[in-house]
Design a binder for this molecule. Structure first.
Ligand code: SF4
Ligand code: SF4
Length: 405
C-alpha cells in the first residue's frame, strides 16, 4: 500500500487531527452513523484513523521505535468506506466543541483516497460522464434544455440570448432528472413575469464541478470552471443565480479560489433572488392555506449560511401556516442525498431520507418545501417508497403556483 500524502491536507487540517478531543459529540448527530452504525463512519474514527496513519509514517513514539509502517490495505479500505458513506452534511462541524471544519477535512480525505486508488469505482463513471458530456447523468450535452420543452411558451431567455443582466445556472439535476424539471420551469416563468432580463447558458452550461470536487477528484473540475466562467462573462451578466445549493456554493466560494480572482458578477441562490423580487414588489403572491414545513438543504444552510431567505419567501405568502421541523436551521437533519452517497450506497440514503420525512410528517404539514433539486428528488423518492401522502415542492415551485398576474 502506498503512503499517505499529507500535502492533501492544509496545516490547519493537520492541527485539527490533534485538536479532536474524542468527546464523541459528533457521533450523536451523524445521520449516516445513526442508520448504519458502523464505527468507521463516525467523524471521530475517520480523524483518528488518519492521525494514526500520519503518526505511523512521519513520527510519533511507535514509529521511532519500530520504524516507518505504511497503512495496511485493509485499514485504508475501512477508512475509505467510512469517508464515502458520509453525506458531507456538515452537522458534525456544528456540534464539535473545538470547531473542526469536518466537511473540508472529509473532502481532503477523499482526495487522498483517490490518489491511493481506494474509492467507490462508480466515481469513475461520474468522472467519465462529466468528461464526455459535461453532465453527471451521461445524457447527450445537447439535451441540456430538455426541461423547457413542455413550457407553454419558452421565454426568449431560454431560447438563447447574446447578452443578459442575469444568468440562470440550471444545474445538472434539474436539467436531466425529470422529477425536478418543474423547478426550472417555475423559475423561468417567475423571471418572465417579473420582467427580469435573463438568459440560461443553454448547451454552454457545463457541470459546475461540485460532484467531482466532493468525490475527491477536484483536479478534473478545473476545465469546467474555466469554461463556465468564460461563458457567463461573455453574456455580460451582473448576477448569476443557481437553484441548486451545491452549484451556488461552488460558484460563490470555489470558483474565485480556483481562478485566483473575483468572478466580476454576483452569485445568488434562487431563494435569495425571490426574496428580493418580493421585497421590491416585482412579484405579487396570492393566498395559500395549507400548512407547510421547510427542509434546510445542507449546502444552502450549514455550508452557505442561508437560512432566512427561503423562510422569508414562505412567510410572504398570504395565509400560509409555516411549521418548523424538530431539527431545523444549522441542526437540520440531512435528506440523505448529499456527498455522492447515492452512487455508492443507496440503502443508506433511503434510511436517512426516511428519518427526515418522518420529521416532516410529525409537524402535520401537508407540503414539505425545500430549496434544492437533490433534496426534492431524494425526499420524493422516499415518500413514494414509503407511500406517504405529502407534497414535496421547491420554494420556487410554490411561489410559481401562487403568483398573481
Ligand atoms: S458530514 Fe454528516 S454524514 Fe458526514 S460524518 Fe459529519 S455528520 Fe456524519
Ligand atoms: S465532536 Fe469534534 S472533538 Fe469531539 S470527537 Fe467529534 S470531531 Fe472530535
Amino acid at each position: 500500500m502506498s503512503s499517505i500524502n499529507l500535502s492533501h491536507f492544509s496545516f490547519k487540517q493537520l492541527m485539527e487531527l490533534d485538536a479532536c478531543t474524542r468527546c464523541g459529540e459528533c457521533i450523536k448527530w451523524c445521520p449516516t452513523f445513526a442508520e448504519a452504525e458502523r464505527d468507521e463512519i463516525t467523524p471521530l474514527d475517520k480523524i483518528h484513523t488518519l492521525r494514526s496513519f500520519a503518526k505511523g509514517q512521519y513520527g510519533g513514539f511507535l514509529a521511532r521505535l519500530f520504524g516507518y509502517r505504511p497503512p495496511t490495505e485493509e485499514s485504508v479500505k475501512r477508512w475509505s468506506r467510512g469517508t464515502y458513506d458520509c453525506t458531507l452534511c456538515g452537522r458534525c462541524a456544528v456540534v464539535c466543541p473545538v470547531h473542526i471544519d469536518t466537511r473540508s477535512l472529509w473532502i481532503a480525505m477523499r482526495e487522498q483516497l483517490v490518489e491511493l486508488g481506494s474509492y467507490p469505482q462508480v466515481m469513475d463513471t461520474l468522472r467519465e460522464n462529466v468528461a464526455a458530456h459535461y453532465n453527471i447523468s451521461g445524457d447527450p450535452a445537447e439535451d441540456r434544455l430538455i426541461w423547457s420543452e413542455n413550457l407553454e411558451t419558452v421565454p426568449e431567455g431560454v431560447r438563447g440570448k447574446e447578452q443578459a443582466e442575469v444568468v440562470y445556472f440550471v444545474g445538472c439535476t434539474v436539467s436531466f432528472y425529470p422529477l425536478t424539471y418543474g423547478i426550472a420551469q417555475s423559475f423561468v416563468r417567475i423571471l418572465e413575469k417579473a420582467g427580469v432580463d435573463f438568459a440560461t447558458m443553454g448547451v454552454e452550461e457545463w457541470c459546475c464541478g461540485f460532484p467531482l470536487i466532493i468525490a475527491g477528484m477536484g483536479h478534473s473540475a478545473k476545465e469546467l470552471i474555466a469554461h463556465n466562467v468564460a461563458a457567463v462573462r461573455e453574456l455580460g451578466a451582473k448576477t448569476l443565480i443557481a437553484s441548486c445549493p451545491s452549484c451556488f456554493h461552488t460558484w460563490e466560494h470555489t470558483y474565485p479560489e480556483v481562478l485566483g480572482e473575483p468572478l466580476g458578477f454576483e452569485v445568488k441562490h434562487t431563494a435569495q433572488f425571490l426574496e428580493e423580487l418580493i421585497a421590491e414588489g416585482r412579484i405579487k403572491l396570492g393566498h395559500f392555506d395549507r400548512p407547510v414545513t421547510y427542509h434546510d438543504p445542507c449546502d444552502l444552510g450549514r455550508t452557505s449560511g442561508v437560512y432566512d431567505a427561503p423562510r422569508n419567501v414562505i412567510r410572504a405568502i398570504p395565509g400560509i401556516e409555516f411549521r418548523e421541523m424538530a431539527d431545523n436551521r444549522e441542526y437540520a437533519l440531512c435528506c440523505g442525498g448529499g456527498g455522492d452517497v447515492e452512487m455508492a450506497d443507496y440503502d443508506l440514503v433511503a434510511a436517512v431520507s426516511k428519518r427526515r420525512l418522518q420529521q416532516a410528517q410529525d409537524t402535520g404539514a401537508q407540503v414539505l418545501l425545500s430549496a434544492c433539486q437533490q433534496c426534492k428528488r431524494t425526499l420524493t423518492a422516499c415518500a413514494r417508497r414509503e407511500k406517504v401522502r405529502m407534497r414535496i415542492l421547491d420554494v420556487v415551485e410554490l411561489v410559481d403556483r401562487v403568483l398573481e398576474e
